[in-house]
Design a protein around this ligand. Structure first.
Ligand SMILES: *Cc1c(COP(=O)(O)O)cnc(C)c1O
Length: 357
């Protein structure tokens, strides 16, 4: 079998360093002679992993004082309800930019009034709405920075008058960001950080404690802040892997270095999609194009070649480029750990296929 290139949207490619170090720790963790899967989360070795992961997370994103980093179970989908549980007193505002945002809205509606400030649903979420206004009495404004299914992305940190909440499941650590603009950031780790099973949360301490309702212990951010994410058993193995990815990120020069390469990778692929006679992008507004999930379809006159190209690319080691069923066509996820070489190879495959037609 030839070399494979992993473009899966999630779970998705991880650094080889993360995989190798985790494999070692599965056999012998921190010199204990035991597997990382069979050691108490209260042991000094696992507590050290948690402490280091929190510290590196804060360092890499330059997180200011007054914020806590949590690692919990439940995935980003549990955050869709935990965020309103903790923050929504009367009214929240949401920007509807895709399927994940829609799911977040559905949960928030269980807790209070939800204002959809704008939506791109009218054209299958292929752009980021502009010119919206957030009610000044909203308890918070929720955005999905990267729309994994549709390939659109918000790559700026909005200045808001109300607390800003963001689902960053699929673009955390892809660029430098200003955490001080946010009250809450969350995401499932399986797109850019770790294997599935762990959820990261960055929460501003003084954003909490403002709702009247009783919050179940496990769903209250303050529970996990007090216990440094050790209130109950954290997903230890994914946590260990996350630490290794954070070390890798630091060694590679951090998020600024990641952003540079991510922009190069995305630039190469979008340029080919725009140039190649067979294909067209699904996101036309260049400023809305994601640098993490790149979506494209066949040009109308070549529509019947859709399956043929997929098979052609798969046979050449391109894994996971089938588009999400709500968009069709193709999607290449170009997360941090994806080498530029994989994008170069994909572009070659697209050119080779074009030359046959
Ligand atoms: C994958 C994804 C989710 C869902 O994450 P789970 O951890 O599976 O709950 C939510 N939001 C975005 C933007 C995603 O990419």
């Amino acid at each position: 079998m030839g070399k494979t290139h992993n473009f899966y949207a999630g779970p998705s490619i991880l650094p080889q360093y993360t995989i190798d170090e985790t494999a070692k720790a599965i056999h012998n963790f921190a010199g204990t002679g035991l597997s990382v899967m069979e050691v108490s989360h209260r042991s000094k070795e696992v507590v050290a992993v948690m402490d280091q992961a929190i510290a590196l997370f804060k360092e890499l994103l330059n997180i200011p004082d007054g914020y806590h980093v949590l690692f919990l179970g439940g995935g980003a989908s549990t955050q869709f309800l935990m965020a309103p549980y903790n923050l929504l007193q009367k009214k929240a505002a949401y920007l509807l930019t895709g399927g994940w945002a829609s799911k977040a809205v559905k949960e928030a509606k269980l807790f209070g009034e939800v204002v959809e400030v704008a939506s791109s649903k009218d054209s299958n979420f292929n752009y980021i709405p502009k010119g919206w206004k957030v009610p000044s009495d909203a308890d918070y404004f929720h955005i999905t920075t990267n729309n994994t299914l549709y390939g659109t992305e918000i790559r700026e940190d909005f200045d808001m008058d109300v607390p800003l909440v963001a689902d960053m499941s699929s673009d955390i650590f892809s660029r430098p960001m200003d955490v001080s603009k946010y009250a809450l950031i969350y995401g499932g780790a399986q797109k850019n950080l770790a294997p599935a099973g762990i959820t990261f949360i960055i929460v501003k301490e003084d954003a909490l404690g403002k709702v009247d309702r009783a919050i179940p212990t496990m769903l209250d951010y303050r529970t996990h802040m007090k216990s440094e994410s050790m209130f109950n058993t954290p997903p230890v193995l994914p946590l260990f892997a996350a630490l290794k990815t954070l070390e890798w990120l630091k060694n590679k020069g951090g998020v600024a270095a990641m952003e540079k390469v991510n922009i190069e990778k995305a630039g190469l692929l979008y340029a080919e999609i725009d140039r190649n006679k067979l294909f067209k992008p699904t996101v036309n507004a260049v400023e809305d194009r994601s640098i993490m999930n790149i979506c494209w379809i066949m040009n109308d006159e070549y529509a019947d070649l859709e399956k043929e190209f997929l098979d052609f690319a798969s046979a050449r080691g391109m894994i996971g480029i089938k588009g999400h069923r709500s968009v069709g066509g193709y999607r290449a996820s170009t997360y941090n750990a994806l080498p530029k070489e994989s994008v170069i190879e994909l572009v070659k495959v697209m050119q080779e296929f074009e030359s046959m037609k």
